[in-house]
Design a protein around this ligand. Sequence first.
Ligand code: GAP
Length: 461
Amino acid sequence: MHRTMRRMAEDVVTMEKIVALCKRRGFIFPASEIYGGIANTYDYGHYGVLLKRNVIDAWWQAMIGDRNDIVALDSAIIQHPRTWEASGHLEGFTDPLVDCKACGQRFRADHLQDLQCGLKPSKHPGETPQCDLTEAREFNLMFETTIGPVKEAGATVYLRPETAQGIFLDFKTVLGFARKKPPFGIAQVGKSFRNEITPGNFVFRTLEFEQMEMEFFVPPDDAQEWHEHWLKERMDWYVRLGIRADHLRLRAHDADELSHYSSATSDVEYLYPIGWQELEGIANRGDFDLTQHAKFSGEKLEYFDTASGERYVPYVIEPAAGVGRTVLAALCDAYDEDEVGGGERTVLRLHPRLAPIKVAILPVVSKDGLPERAQEVFQLLRGQMQAEYDEGGSIGRRYRRQDEIGTPFGVTIDHQTLEDDTVTVRDRDTLEQDRVAIDELPATLGARLAAPWESPKLAAA
Ligand code: GAP
């Protein structure tokens, strides 16, 4: 059995380490890299795609698997341009920007203290005698394009900056077939686009990003109560995904921070290596959106209760989460370093539910019939869980690789396997190794993957 020296009391994670690990193991890397990259835009590789899929699956499970008052939707990215007039995005979805005539760069006027001067990076924009900043101008964050072959004659349309509006536009249609009445929700996951010019801190702030949004329609008098319900539900969801509770907090927006549509918003914040930052916003949008779209479209967007004869525009409680920010929080929370057998190891202590690969099948050597037996074990497990077969390199190096991608279990096939049909199951976190009969492997691993899990970093702190 391996010996491990834990030194987990201090958090060793930094954003640089996460960026390097993500690139080294092919989770996430800059997009268009052969052309030098493009600002705030990233691609997800194999393990990144699997991790992201697990986050999204867990969200759907919480929205429509565990409850029956929410239905799913997948609305279009490009909607009628009037949508954004009605929603207020055309008018008000802006950032204040200043240009520097000396260095030619553009900066968020309200973030100058966090940004570097284009001429002297040790200073903030505006701090050197050469800096020549213009007055702040409001700059819309929506990406604009044109429908039709000719730019001048075509209709200007926008890539959606939030998925939410598609839900409001479909409110009446969904109400017609979903057999639901308030309180009920409509949930969707999809890409949104924002022309962000602030440096993004890896996938924290990107030009395109996936949102997991749910609009929960409630009788107006119950809005406050449902807001509190969703604040608790959403905090609990992150904890259930293994994120340490002491790295999560709720922060209520001050009145001057609220979006134009919101009467109350609280953010779920995570303590990233760059400090406390928004992971998800949970807003009380009131009847703003349905009322606006009713006004602009001429359609009645209200609920009529046939039993009571009551007619009203529901209020909306909206938990709006980002997939990329959840992936980043999970990676930061899981990142750890320790010593194994006298050597340094980097390990992602991901919740097994989020881990891209659940089990690695590793023949101890690639000869003597072990690869063939290991392939049989791989075939036995792959239908039940995301499994990976690897026979290249020393067993130690293969374990290190699986530790870095967060694989909770390693199954090793050795010479004893050929004699008694047992394998070794190695636990990523405890490093304990148990001998298990091959025909019991699916049930044993299934049970261990489903068992309650708590971050070992929390236990060690
Ligand atoms: N419909 C409400 C809405 O869009 P938001 O707070 O602007 O609210 C919700 O966005 C979530 O979407 C954020 O909490 C964050 O997780 C994610 N998000 C927003 N802008 C993002 C960006 N540029 N890059 C990555 N994620 C972003």
